[in-house]
Design a protein around this ligand. Structure first.
Ligand SMILES: [Cu+2]
Length: 279
């Protein structure tokens, strides 16, 4: 099939319009704290770390787009200008100081442009600020247990609930935290390696048996935020979601009071037994 230049242009325009429609449609569906249909980019951010991750991601996307288009343009020039028919007698040049300097220095500058925000982000993620609250998340085959050492040392299990929406993400007992507070999350594994990840907060950290890992987030919006175990941990790896409910300070205080009573009644949920299980 041969296409005229005009036909090709119209077809290209058609693809671009379809692409733009898909992009704007995807944004209209994007929901805070959970995956949405046609999602092709990062989940909307709800923490300072995720804001930074999103900015860094967009910077990288810009840089790789420009590089890819530049390389493509060079390839097109080579194919058109320097094929055997268009250029029967090839040049025998082997050195060009200016171009050699350019293709060494420009990539170095690009790498610096990437490295500086990259290290800033790493330090932001790893340096836990003074925490308002600690929650310990223990990965188990195949559910999570949450302990609140600062709020009366209660602990409870959080299992996927078949009847809850969103499908495969809803749980019976959600992890609850106050909004705009620095939450230190400590993770460990009771049996195998799991990974505690919540995309909207920009956190993902392994939960390893015999080791206590630490990360942090500060939720900037109230609501439900979902994540999943992100380390292949056995047959029900896909069915141990993480559900975090972010509430106001007053609601959190009220929840702590009910949770203390509710979960104290179950001896299997005490910190002591969780410690024994982790041995
Ligand atoms: Cu797991």
């Amino acid at each position: 099939m041969k296409m005229s230049k005009g036909q090709f242009g119209r077809r290209l325009l058609g693809f671009m319009v379809a692409g733009a429609a898909l992009v704007t449609g995807g944004m209209a569906w994007a929901e805070l704290g959970q995956p949405s249909p046609w999602e092709y980019k990062l989940q909307p951010s709800a923490s300072p770390v995720m804001d930074n991750i999103t900015t860094f991601h967009n910077l990288l996307l810009g840089i790789i787009t420009v590089i890819t288009l530049f390389v493509l343009a060079l390839l097109v020039v080579v194919v058109i200008k320097f094929n055997a028919r268009a250029n029967p007698v090839p040049s025998r040049n082997t050195h060009n100081t200016l171009i050699e300097l350019a293709w060494t220095l420009i990539p170095v500058l690009i790498l610096f442009t990437i490295a500086i925000p990259s290290f800033k982000l790493l330090f932001l993620e790893l340096d836990v600020p003074k925490a308002d609250l600690t929650v310990k998340a223990t990965g188990k085959q195949w559910y999570w247990s949450y302990a609140y050492p600062d709020n009366g040392k209660f602990e409870f299990d959080s299992l996927m609930a078949q009847d809850k929406q969103p499908r495969l993400l809803g749980v019976d007992n959600e992890m609850v935290v106050p909004v705009n507070k620095v939450i230190r999350v400590q993770t460990t594994g009771a049996d195998v390696i799991h990974s505690f990840a919540v995309p909207a907060f920009g956190i993902k950290i392994d939960a390893i048996p015999g080791r206590l890992n630490e990360t942090w987030f500060k939720a900037t919006a109230t609501g439900m935020f979902y994540g999943q175990c992100s380390e292949l941990c056995g047959k029900d790896h896909a069915f141990m979601p993480i559900a975090v409910r972010v509430v106001s300070d007053q609601e959190f205080a009220a929840w702590v009071e009910t949770a203390k009573k509710k979960f104290a009644a179950n001896p299997a949920n005490s910190l002591a037994s969780a410690g024994a299980a982790a041995q």
